[in-house]
Design a protein around this ligand. Structure first.
Ligand SMILES: C[S@@+](CC[C@H](N)C(=O)[O-])C[C@H]1O[C@@H](n2cnc3c(N)ncnc32)[C@H](O)[C@@H]1O
Length: 282
């Protein structure tokens, strides 16, 4: 079964077993994320801030409140706390190299007349993935093409951050080449603001990957990285089938490093470019 990973070690807390199962169910229903049965300390570490915010004293109290309340807001806070938003600029550089050296040159050739391309960063988190791509496309001289980059995520909170395009020093230190920082960002106090010319290339919207994924139209390249690991096999399979349907003929899917073993054979052909593995729609 897929695992919600974290640094907290497994072990028991005073959380009652039926409440552990209740929290597992709640997070699964709201997001598809599977929490394995030995993540007591992880639950505690992530959910105690919610407990405190609600002026409660324990996770058991939180479960009682969740059962009693009908407003979705508290459930959202729980799911938000249990979700990993870890991301960085140009994560898995081999994939960006594959895009730069092979995939994009091919696409540019194919679309020379239309001058239009579309990309989807599914599970975009705070936007580094979509913006890395936008900067790469500008570097490749596609600034005046009709480029559609859509970023989607389940979390409205993280999408607000993505839309703002404002990053901490520690975030721009991770994966972003200095030349890109100088060229595409303005210093704003202690933060770095992405320039409008890059920000306007990406639109962000809320989307649950378990919903109908064909509603966004057809894409040339879909990034769906470091999210499938949190789902069970059945959910993964359904999402992969839908992602296949969201790709233009011959379009490519990029998965995260830990997801290359995902069995996508029915709908995709596995393609190696340099050190990167990509999946071409059959
Ligand atoms: C670890 S981040 C991955 C970010 C980026 N793709 C990367 O690889 O750097 C996982 C993201 O998946 C989102 N997520 C979790 N469950 C989701 C779901 N059911 N539908 C859409 N997004 C989901 C989370 O909100 C989180 O922002």
């Amino acid at each position: 079964m897929a695992v919600l990973t974290g640094n907290a070690s497994s072990g028991k807390t005073d959380l009652q077993p039926e409440n552990y199962r209740f929290l597992q169910d709640c997070v699964y229903k709201e997001s598809g994320i599977v929490i394995d049965s030995d993540k007591h300390y992880l639950l505690e570490a992530r959910l105690m801030p919610v407990v405190k915010k609600q002026q409660l004293t324990s996770l058991n109290d939180l479960c009682n409140l969740l059962r009693a309340t009908r407003t979705p807001d508290l459930r959202r806070q729980v799911v938000e706390a249990m979700t990993t938003h870890e991301t960085l600029f140009f994560r898995d550089p081999a994939q960006y190299d594959a895009l730069r050296t092979v995939l994009l040159p091919q696409l540019i050739e194919q679309r020379r007349a239309l001058r239009s391309l579309s990309f989807w960063s599914a599970a975009s988190s705070s936007g580094q993935e979509a913006y890395s791509l936008a900067m790469l496309l500008r570097e490749m001289g596609l600034g005046d093409w009709s480029i559609r980059i859509v970023g989607t995520d389940l979390s409205e909170q993280i999408l607000d951050r993505a839309r703002a395009g404002k990053f901490l020093q520690i975030e721009v230190n991770r994966g972003l080449p200095v030349s890109y920082l100088v060229k595409y960002f303005n210093r704003q106090g202690l933060d770095w603001q992405l320039k409008e010319e890059v920000r306007r290339m990406v639109t962000f919207q809320k989307l649950d990957l378990r919903d109908n994924l064909r509603q966004l139209g057809a894409f040339d390249v879909v990034f769906c990285r470091n999210v499938l690991i949190y789902f069970d096999q059945q959910t993964k399979k359904r999402i992969l089938e839908q992602l296949r349907g969201a790709l233009a003929p011959g379009g490519h899917l990029l998965l995260g490093g830990a997801e290359t073993g995902v069995s996508a054979v029915d709908w995709f052909e596995r393609v190696s470019i340099g050190q990167a593995v990509l999946y071409r729609a059959r």
